[in-house]
Design a protein around this ligand. Structure first.
Ligand code: ADP
Length: 394
């Protein structure tokens, strides 16, 4: 069965075509910088690797380009769009309504729209991807996998805010949790590796968005993001934890509008606000040259992660393994080193040589005497989504 996975972001579309249940990747790629004259389109199959710079004004045009490549006489991998049996869409916010992979219908689409104010960077783009895919692949069954779903197991004491009950009971104000597909995927890999019945894991997803999850016996029990994907760790452009009175101060005293504060906290803060760069590779390279803002930003970032690790060890009364995943977690030996430094009280010890090895596979980077395993696990949200869609159809 051919399953196409679509992850439609605010200015990007990532896609992957998989044959299930073999999990063979038929082709994959992405479009970055949608809306610009210099959008980057990539496509990789067994026989071809394509990278094109071209004008892609919107998501519809983007998905049409991807479809053209999939069907291309020479380089394509499909004869007709009918060869795709199902499409799995990643959607960031499913509220408390959707805790499982769901077949898309009008009600689901309306709910994704209703939840857009809670994930303004993501849900509108996710919905756009669904609408376009329905047009272009009209015979395929369309499913949605919500990033919030894995966190449906977080107990009330951890997900409820200490504000009047009415807001939790009737208005849906609570912590939801995000990056669930990734945390689920890597924690299952870690559990298979640990091969014991009861496990306590801390999963750290560090990409453009960053989050950390406490996972006990395979279930998410606490998570750093909250009502929207903006709380918690320092991210590429998002501030993470911030005292909410700062927002009132900025509006009432400094003269910002609420919209401007929202924009500033979501798109101009985090590593970008601290350094002028949001790509960690640039920040690391500047730090090596002695750029003081970059050095401090890296320290702040790692310090925030450390505090969450401490909190989750307390929440679970222990930890068997810490997992690093996503672009930064998998590739930045420096970030892993800063996070794991001076954690001997918890018996967390990194092996510097293992940590420095470049690899794109599952690996253990703790030293032999470390009681806590430190695992680098490449995430694969697309495969996880494909598995969930396949399970529903078979
Ligand atoms: P997204 O949330 O968009 O899926 P990714 O998981 O692809 O993000 O992660 C993007 C981040 O990973 C960027 O900040 C990028 O700088 C960082 N990254 C990728 N490769 C490396 C590397 N070799 N060293 C340090 N950071 C890296």
């Amino acid at each position: 069965m051919n399953i196409l996975i679509i992850n439609s972001g605010s200015s990007s579309i990532k896609y992957q075509l998989l044959e299930m249940p073999s999990a063979q990747v038929i082709c994959l790629g992405m479009i970055e910088r949608i809306g610009s004259k210099e959008a980057i389109l990539t496509f990789k199959s067994q026989d071809y690797k394509i990278e094109r710079i071209c004008e892609i004004p919107n998501h519809k045009a983007g998905l049409e380009r991807i479809t053209d490549l999939l069907l291309d006489n020479e380089k394509g991998v499909l004869k007709s769009t009918d060869d795709i049996e199902a499409i799995g869409h990643r959607v960031v916010h499913g509220g408390s309504t959707y805790t499982k992979t769901t077949l898309i219908n009008e009600e689901v689409k309306n709910k994704i729209k209703t939840l857009s104010p809670l994930a303004p960077l993501h849900n509108p783009a996710n919905l756009e991807g669904i609408l376009m895919a329905e047009e272009l692949f009209d015979t395929a069954k369309q499913f949605v996998v919500f990033d919030t779903a894995f966190h449906g197991t977080i107990p009330v004491k951890a997900k409820k805010y200490a504000i009047p009950n009415e807001l939790y009971n009737n208005k849906g104000i609570q912590a939801y949790g995000f990056h669930g597909t990734s945390h689920k995927y890597v924690s299952e890999k870690a559990n298979a590796f640990l091969d014991k019945k009861n496990t306590k894991l801390i999963s750290i997803h560090l990409g453009n968005g960053c989050s950390i999850t406490a996972i006990k016996d395979g279930k998410s029990i606490d998570h750093s993001m909250g009502f929207a994907p903006s709380n918690g760790l320092v991210m590429g452009t998002r501030s993470g934890d911030i005292d909410h009175t700062i927002i009132f101060y900025m509006v009432n005293t400094l003269g910002y509008s609420l919209g401007e504060v929202n924009e500033l906290l979501n798109k101009e803060s985090g590593m970008l606000g601290l350094t002028g760069f949001n790509d960690l590779r640039d920040i690391e390279s500047e730090a090596r040259k002695g750029n003081a803002s970059c050095i401090l930003a890296l320290e702040m970032n790692a310090y925030r992660i450390k505090k969450y690790i401490g909190a989750y060890i307390a929440a679970m009364n222990g930890v068997d393994a810490i997992i690093f995943t996503a672009g930064i977690g998998e590739n930045s030996s420096l970030m892993r080193q800063l996070v794991c430094k001076d954690m001997d009280y918890f018996n967390i010890h990194l092996d510097d040589a293992e940590n420095d090895l470049k690899s794109s596979t599952f690996r253990e980077v703790n030293s032999i005497d470390s009681k806590v395993k430190i695992l680098v696990i490449p995430t694969n949200e697309e495969l996880e989504i494909a598995k969930q869609v396949f399970d529903l159809l078979s």
